[in-house]
Design a protein around this ligand. Structure first.
Ligand SMILES: [Fe+2]
Ligand SMILES: [Fe+2]
Length: 202
């Protein structure tokens, strides 16, 4: 008798299903932000030769857990970090709180949505703080998050223009302004942001 191997891997969810799941998990304001990031990620991907579909999917998923409580994020991390094969990653507590939602979303993309593409997972993982050795897609999502048409902080228009002119210069400016802002507010500076900046200034 022929034995059939049964795959337990979750099949990729449709874009419609992912869209519905993300929307259901977010407030209207955060959903509108996600839509703005998706539009901007597509524009930046076209400009810098990244895969537009991957950029849009990463943008759609990037803030999936943005409104999830710290306690739930810690539980998601504990439940998934070993399964994901990322068991040597730093404990969540050693990272800035601002980065938790992206790190945890990246961990659950394969099981929850069947999204296993390493480039998409990486972009979601580092979209808040960056990291050393960012790919073009990582930079596209990082900058799309900061320069979508829903953003209105001082200097955003200049950053929007720079993101279309020079991707790495825009990354340096964005990271510098984040470091300055976090330092001025007395917040926690994530080591990965400093690593990203050092890498881009080499
Ligand atoms: Fe985010
Ligand atoms: Fe965001």
């Amino acid at each position: 008798m022929e034995t059939q191997s049964i795959s337990t891997k979750k099949q990729p969810a449709s874009t419609e299903d992912i869209t519905a799941a993300v929307r259901a998990n977010l407030s209207e304001k955060r959903w509108l932000h996600t839509c703005a990031v998706r539009r901007q990620a597509a524009a930046l991907a076209v400009r810098w030769g990244a895969d537009v579909k991957k950029a849009e999917l990463a943008a759609l998923l990037h803030d999936y857990l943005k409104e999830t409580s710290d306690a739930e994020l810690l539980q998601i991390y504990a439940d998934n970090v070993i399964i994901s094969g990322n068991g040597n990653a730093l404990p969540l507590h050693s990272r800035s709180r601002a980065a938790w939602h992206g790190i945890c979303a990246a961990l659950i993309l394969p099981e929850r949505f069947g999204v296993r593409d390493a480039q998409i997972v990486s972009a979601v993982d580092c979209h808040t703080c960056g990291k050393a050795g960012m790919s073009v897609l990582d930079k596209v999502l990082y900058l799309a998050d900061m320069t979508g048409d829903d953003r209105s902080f001082p200097g955003v228009e200049e950053l929007r223009i720079l993101a279309m002119q020079d991707l790495d210069a825009a990354m340096r400016r964005a990271l510098h302004s984040t470091v300055e802002h976090v330092t001025a507010c007395g917040g926690e500076l994530d080591d990965e942001s400093l690593a990203a900046l050092r890498d881009l200034e080499k």
